[in-house]
Design a protein around this ligand. Structure first.
Ligand SMILES: Cc1cc2nc3c(=O)[nH]c(=O)nc-3n(C[C@H](O)[C@H](O)[C@H](O)COP(=O)(O)OP(=O)(O)OC[C@H]3O[C@@H](n4cnc5c(N)ncnc54)[C@H](O)[C@@H]3O)c2cc1C
Length: 363
């Protein structure tokens, strides 16, 4: 396979790196604050943090309105440093499960006793590292190039990656030039992908962006009430957190301490219910700001928004018209087929992308 570059150090970047071990990962480890002097702005409305997890701040060049419902975790590991780690293995090829196990990942069954979680889907697992903590991809990525991709310019078939290097306390600009055979995977998460496309003039004033999301709600329950138990054939997907796991997840602990297990005896639980109904949200870029044009206040609640269309064209099709040999991986590029975790859709798409490129190289 020709040279491969991966932009992003979250779950998508990690999956690609596992499949292409010699690829270069470009992702900021620590984002120096003086970077702001380069014209970047801090966007508090996009921040997503938990009390006990590493703090992240959203920076970028494009402004986002306050009510977009979108999130940005600009930190090595991305969302995986605060996520639930749930994955549906029902459609994953056993070979990829084996490949991920080889790099030190465990696909743990959901059990009320050990993990504090159950589900009406027997094919759900929680991704763990060898210490029993929920997978944080930042622990699996080094070495990486500690840089932020600002934009991409195409000149005479070469892609110029304009970077902000983040070594030390002061950032500096640099560039990597990719020849036409090198493959570039962009996996920087949803908001930062929009930033890169905007800075690269692939997105511009008046463009329309649409996302889909399965509706999600939280329901508090008690084992001793007459509520019906979780039904396996229910079209909704339920992830049930018992108090030890609910508390750990809320504050950002990647492993529920054993001493919290006593909380589970009282019979309370919190159900995360993913409904089969899809909501769509539409955004436009107006006067340099990403504005929400359509979509209820509940958009973004599940943090699993997918299938980005730009002016009605699916993302990867749109990118193919602007950037040669460049592919997107992440929530924006997948079409989630079932309500629930989205990580399985990301893994499937990564495998298909890498397989397709291997085939091209063998021709
Ligand atoms: C609280 C929470 C819980 C979740 N729980 C689950 C779950 O249990 N199961 C599930 O399937 N999904 C879950 N999700 C959704 C989850 O985020 C996705 O499944 C997945 O983690 C997306 O990974 P990603 O790598 O595409 O994006 P991100 O996690 O956003 O990672 C993007 C990475 O790219 C880096 N980056 C950004 N911009 C640039 C740039 N310009 N240049 C270089 N690098 C850049 C970032 O620093 C980051 O490292 C959850 C999300 C949240 C927020």
């Amino acid at each position: 396979m020709d040279d491969a570059f991966i932009v992003g150090g979250g779950f998508s970047g990690f999956i690609l790196k596992t499949l292409i071990p010699n690829a270069t990962i470009i992702t900021p480890i620590h984002f120096p604050t003086p970077t702001l002097s380069s014209g970047m702005q801090q966007r508090h409305a996009l921040d997503i943090n938990k009390i006990c997890a590493k703090k992240s701040k959203s920076f970028g060049f494009l402004k986002f309105a306050k009510n977009t419902g979108l999130h940005d975790r600009l930190i090595i590991g991305g969302n995986s440093s605060i996520w639930g780690g749930f994955i549906d293995i029902s459609r994953l090829d056993p070979a990829i499960v084996e490949e991920l196990s080889q790099v030190g990942l465990f696909f743990s069954r959901l059990t009320p006793k050990e993990i504090g979680v159950s589900s009406n889907r027997s094919s759900y697992r929680q991704l763990h590292d060898s210490f029993g903590r929920i997978l944080d991809t930042s622990l699996f990525l080094e070495p990486v190039r500690n840089s932020y991709l600002r934009s991409i310019k195409v000149e005479k078939g070469h892609r110029h990656l304009k970077l902000i290097d983040c070594e030390g306390s002061i950032s500096s600009d640099s560039e990597i030039v990719l020849n036409s055979d090198s493959i570039l995977y962009l996996a920087p998460g949803v908001c930062q992908l929009i930033d890169i496309l905007y800075n690269s003039e692939i997105l511009s004033e008046g463009d329309r962006l649409e996302f889909d999301e399965y509706k999600m709600k939280w329901v508090l329950g008690w084992a001793y009430s007459n509520k019906s138990p979780m039904k396996v054939d229910d079209k909704n997907t339920i992830i049930r957190y018992f108090p030890s796991a609910a508390l750990s997840h809320a504050i950002g602990l990647q492993k529920a301490p054993r001493k919290l297990r006593f909380l589970n005896v009282f019979g309370f639980f919190l159900d995360q219910v993913y409904l089969s109904e899809i909501v769509t949200s539409r955004f436009t870029i107006t006067n340099g700001v990403l504005l929400k044009e359509l979509g209820g206040g509940g958009f973004g609640k599940s943090i699993h928004y997918f299938n980005l269309r730009i002016n009605g064209t699916p993302l990867n099709e749109y990118i193919a018209k602007h950037l040669p040999n460049t592919f997107i991986l992440g929530m924006a590029s997948v079409v989630q087929t079932k309500p629930g975790p989205i990580s399985n859709d990301i893994v499937l798409q990564a495998v298909n992308l890498v397989k397709a490129h291997r085939k091209v190289c063998e021709l």
